[in-house]
Design a protein around this ligand. Structure first.
Ligand code: CTP
Ligand code: MG
Length: 235
């Protein structure tokens, strides 16, 4: 499943993020192809903005997928969590392993996809590709009275060696992910990470090595990096 119903606010104004072009091809097409390259992937369900399902379908139909991968497009929701829940409802009954992959990670290598699938098939209910963090990370103290723009007080410094930055595709035993979405109905902005919902169920979540090229296109500089990675691949 490819959640692609976000607004891409942090990327700035312009074309919706999933439809921004990288090397002349929409980011969403790259992401769908990246999954379809895996022999384990038989169906890709794209979760589109609710007002754009027809146009996203028409756009994707212009880019044939490798192999015999099938494609479906369904309407998403206001948060990523809601979009994933709607995507899950569109899966046919015979599907037992689900990958959830951000449209905003267009360059994930097929080996990463395959490693996640293999770990789920080996028995892990939830599998996440991850890399050690390179920056030291500070936790800040929540203070509703702090004026906007004022310096942020630091509350803690988690030990960097124990931190991992997580990527997608995250892989799940279908029943586990469905149960998480039924039992954990998030308030606020919803879960930004499906595996976090499985953790809240008390089920084990494991990490496998991620890949530098599976980075998420979030801010304008990420587009520059993505173009450079594509150009290097094509060279
Ligand atoms: N997503 C979604 N439905 C939403 C929000 C996000 O399907 N209501 C998807 C995005 O399209 C993206 C993925 O979740 O592929 C990861 O989200 P993020 O990188 O945060 O993308 P956006 O939400 O689009 O960006 P921003 O937060 O900057 O607005
Ligand atoms: Mg977002």
């Amino acid at each position: 499943m490819v959640p692609a119903a976000g607004k891409g606010v942090r990327l700035g104004p312009g074309t919706p993020k999933a439809l921004r072009e990288l090397g002349g091809t929409p980011m969403l097409v790259h992401a769908v192809r990246a999954l379809a390259r895996s022999r384990a992937v038989a169906l890709v369900v794209v979760v589109a903005p609710p007002d754009a399902t027809d146009s996203v379908r028409a756009m994707l139909d212009g880019f044939p997928l490798p192999g015999a991968t099938e494609l479906a497009v369904v309407a998403g929701g206001a948060t990523r969590q809601e979009s994933v829940r709607l995507g899950l409802q569109a899966l046919p009954p015979e599907v037992d392993v689900v990958l959830v992959h951000d449209a905003a990670r267009p360059l994930v290598p097929v080996d990463t996809v395959d490693a996640v699938v293999a770990a789920v098939r080996a028995g892990a209910p939830a599998v996440v590709p991850a890399l050690p963090v390179t920056d030291t990370v500070k936790q800040i103290a929540e203070d509703p009275h702090r004026p906007a723009g004022a310096p942020e007080p630091v509350a803690a410094t988690p030990e960097r060696a124990l931190l991992r930055a997580v990527q997608t595709p995250q892989g799940f035993d279908r029943a586990t992910l469905t149960e998480a979405h039924e039992r954990i109905t998030g308030a606020g902005e919803g879960a930004t990470d499906c595996a976090g919902m499985v953790e809240r169920l008390g089920r084990p979540v494991v990490l496998v090595p991620g890949h530098e090229e599976a980075f998420k296109v979030t801010r304008p500089l990420d587009l520059v990096l993505a173009e450079a990675v594509l150009a290097r691949r094509r060279a």
